[in-house]
Write a protein that binds this ligand. Structure first.
Ligand code: PMV
Length: 325
């Protein structure tokens, strides 16, 4: 009753920010993302009658803060598998968690797939996506391959993600720039509950269907300029909602702002690169492979840059043989 899964994190071009159903984690709107090759989580889950409690170890540490959310997800999966056994969960991220790189997406996708497999649940991709969504919304997008759309849906069964294109469709890069290892002060889940306090949230919602349509057109045409501009504007609009929520959500740090300005300058000078941001200070640079190779060394020289991680489009969540314990 042991299984291991590997899941990618993902970067959203059109974001999920706000929920219309808290308990089921139904998003206010659909979103579109790309799985990331070098931000991954591996998770091993074992259910056994020898365990007397659920134990969760992430990156070598016994987890207390996030433990309840993990256990709630285990409960859902135990209910489906009609199992009474406690579980041991060991999880390893290939990147720093809690800094805006969406470790909850890869984490809950890997946890869900490994736990379902450990209980022999034989779920379809759609069923896994629905189940992962209940753990962490964006995790549903880490289940299918490549470029992915999360259909918002009005019920749990209709809110899932599906692949739009496989990873090899377009060699788009997400050059992640880490400007600090500091953990964010307000967790994403909690930040999401504040959307209705922003006067700009409704305006954002009015535009979202058009944005999704335009982004899908940019993907279909492999129109990088269009995809980049739409993604950067979307990130700024989401952060406008965050900044104007109450209490206000300020996820940027000094390095974040400096880099955003630097990117705008490079763009003026003709470098085709755009940025997007999630909750956290780290910045995702969207560009094509040639640009990524050109700018990565320059970015690494910037005094406020801690590290970079170059990502290509990736497959979704898969079961692997090598267990972590
Ligand atoms: O799935 P959560 O609760 O970690 O929310 C993810 C929210 C953003 O990263 C800010 C946007 C997105 O769509 O990934």
């Amino acid at each position: 009753m042991k299984a291991t899964a590997q899941a990618p994190s993902n970067i959203a071009f059109i974001k999920y920010w706000g929920r219309k159903d808290e308990e089921m984690r139904l998003p206010e709107n659909g979103s579109i993302s790309m799985n990331l090759s070098h931000l991954t989580t591996k998770t091993t889950v074992e259910f056994s009658n020898t365990y007397t409690t659920d134990e969760v170890i992430i990156d070598g540490k016994i987890i207390i803060e996030e433990q309840n959310r993990v256990i709630t997800q285990l409960e859902r999966i135990r209910a489906l598998g009609k199992s009474q056994y406690f579980a041991k969960v060991v999880s390893q991220n290939s990147f720093p968690s809690g800094t805006g790189l969406s470790s909850s997406a890869s984490g809950f996708a890997a946890l869900t797939a490994a736990a379902a497999k450990a209980l022999d649940l034989n779920l379809s991709e759609r069923e896994l996506s629905i189940l992962a969504r209940q753990g962490s919304g964006s995790a549903c997008r880490s289940i299918p391959n490549g470029f992915v759309e999360w259909l918002d849906g009005n019920t749990s069964e209709t809110s899932y993600a599906e692949s739009l294109y496989p990873p090899e469709y377009w060699n788009l890069c997400d050059l992640v720039v880490i400007v600090s290892q500091e953990k964010k002060a307000i967790a994403t889940s909690e930040g999401q509950t504040r959307v209705s306090t922003s006067p700009f949230f409704e305006i954002r919602q009015q535009k979202i269907a058009t944005k999704i349509k335009d982004l899908k057109q940019a993907l279909a045409a492999k129109d990088f300029e269009k995809l980049g501009e739409l993604s950067e504007r979307e990130a700024m609009e989401m952060h406008a909602v965050m900044l104007t929520s109450w209490p206000s959500l300020i996820y940027w740090m000094e390095g974040t702002l400096k880099l955003m300005k630097q990117i705008q300058e490079w763009r003026k000078a003709g470098v085709p690169v755009f940025f997007t941001l999630n909750t956290g200070q780290d910045v995702h640079l969207l560009c094509e492979e040639k640009t990524a190779k050109d700018i990565e060394p320059k970015i690494r020289e910037l005094p406020y840059v801690y590290d970079t991680i170059l990502n290509y489009p990736a497959v979704g969540t898969k079961i692997i043989d090598k267990h972590l314990f």
